[in-house]
Design a protein around this ligand. Structure first.
Ligand code: HEC
Ligand code: HEC
Length: 357
């Protein structure tokens, strides 16, 4: 015990010492008289459970830091975003009058309120007239960090992507950019909002709309207990979650779900075992390159517990099934059922701390 403690820095040692003192104090002055009979046992158990948590995890933490990495504090490009631009972007994002029949906004398919994690929970999204879309909506949380936009990577940046949903006939279905501009101009709220967001070019414009939406999206940073764990707090994950993380790392999930988003950096083709809907050819549709047929972006796994159903076509209903399917692809060895459950337990720790699983 003593030797192990020496491995901790002085600061860590002080933290542990203080916590132990608190646990001892707590058990000595338990105010609940009904518990007094078992008090000794309870507090011993508590102490043992607590000690059990303490030393574990440093190695897994170091491995996760090396293989996954820390989420940067800010999204790239956000340095020059202003609060006024974010406020304007947020308003546009939630404005139903910017769809043809005034029913749908970006927020309809990427809801953020309450426990919603920036996607609509549909297999494939429905447009403003209820028309069925082709793909599963990814979460909008942390999109500011994404190196690849869309399942097939057909947009280069958030700026580049921001107008497409307004004009897509399967989404908000406006006929033209001119119509989008007109609707913004006809709403008296927007003149002053554009002015404060873009004092150097205050007129309402599509260029400023793109900038405002991107600024808002870059502000949607979502952090989880997993971040606390790899940044500083070995106790942010319980033992089962640490075990699940270890399995995730050992089995090679990070061959594809790599980087601090646990995905989002590369395209892979997974239709060798389960066949896909043949009408969606993935990245090929954008590049025209035969080698890209059925390639889709490896999705980031942050907030994954909150974003069922899964895969680009939303064909997989549960997280357990999604993880089970991975058994067929580039794993260092097959997973057992227990290992699958353990990984699912770990994946829950990737959810935004303000939302519950
Ligand atoms: C009808 C539902 C719907 C609406 C409305 C909608 N989206 Fe999406 N969004 C989707 C779907 C589905 C995808 C995935 C499309 C694909 O990859 O081909 C997506 C993808 C995205 C992505 C890329 C995410 C990623 O992980 O690659 C961003 C960013 C985004 N939408 C922002 C917006 C903005 C901004 C608006 C409003 C201007 C909006 N969306 C409106 C359904 C919708
Ligand atoms: C060969 C690369 C590869 C490996 C290895 C891999 N994945 Fe995946 N994973 C993918 C791709 C690609 C998709 C998306 C497939 C699609 O939509 O068609 C995916 C989808 C998922 C999804 C669904 C996410 C969503 O939002 O739809 C989960 C969960 C998942 N993987 C977890 C894991 C776990 C856990 C492991 C390790 C046991 C793992 N993956 C290993 C490539 C991989």
């Amino acid at each position: 015990m003593f030797l192990e403690m020496k491995l901790y820095s002085n600061k860590e040692f002080c933290k542990i010492f203080l916590s132990l003192t608190l646990v001892c104090l707590f058990s000595a002055c338990n105010p609940d008289p009904t518990r007094s009979k078992n008090q000794g046992n309870d507090s011993t158990n508590l102490l043992i459970a607590y000690l059990h948590q303490l030393p574990g995890g440093a190695e897994i933490q170091a491995e996760a830091k090396a293989k996954i990495g820390l989420l940067p504090a800010n999204t790239p490009g956000s340095e020059s975003d202003t609060q006024a631009q974010i406020t304007l972007g947020n308003k546009i994002f939630r404005d139903n009058t910017l769809s043809l029949n005034h029913v749908q906004s970006c927020h309809t398919c990427h809801p953020l309120n309450g426990n919603s994690a920036g996607m609509d929970g549909q297999s494939t999204s429905r447009g403003t007239f209820g028309q069925e879309g082709r793909r599963n909506a990814p979460t909008i949380l942390n999109v500011g960090y994404l190196p690849i936009i869309f399942w097939d990577g057909r947009k280069q940046s958030l700026f580049d992507q921001a107008v497409a949903p307004f004009l897509d006939s399967l989404e908000m279905a406006l006929p033209s950019e001119a119509e989008l501009l007109l609707r913004l101009q006809n709403n008296s709220d927007y003149a002053s909002l554009f002015q404060s967001a873009f004092p150097d070019s205050p007129a309402i414009s599509i260029d400023s709309l793109r900038k405002a939406i991107s600024a808002f999206e870059r502000s949607l940073i979502s952090k989880s207990r997993f971040d606390d764990f790899i940044e500083w707090d070995l106790r942010a994950l319980n033992n089962e979650e640490k075990q699940g993380l270890k399995t995730f790392l050992d089995l090679g999930c990070t061959n594809c779900h790599n980087g601090y988003l646990l995905g989002g950096t590369q395209f892979k083709k997974l239709d060798s075992f389960y066949s896909y809907n043949p009408s969606d050819l993935g990245r090929f549709e954008f590049t025209g390159n035969q080698d890209d047929k059925s390639f889709f972006k490896v999705p980031p796994l942050r907030n994954v517990t909150l974003t069922a159903p899964y895969f680009h076509d939303g064909s997989v209903r549960t997280l357990k099934e999604a993880v089970t399917r991975m058994n067929q692809y580039e794993m260092s060895r097959p997973m057992t059922d227990l290992e699958i459950d353990s990984i699912v337990t770990f994946l829950k720790s990737l959810s935004d701390k303000t939302k519950s699983n």
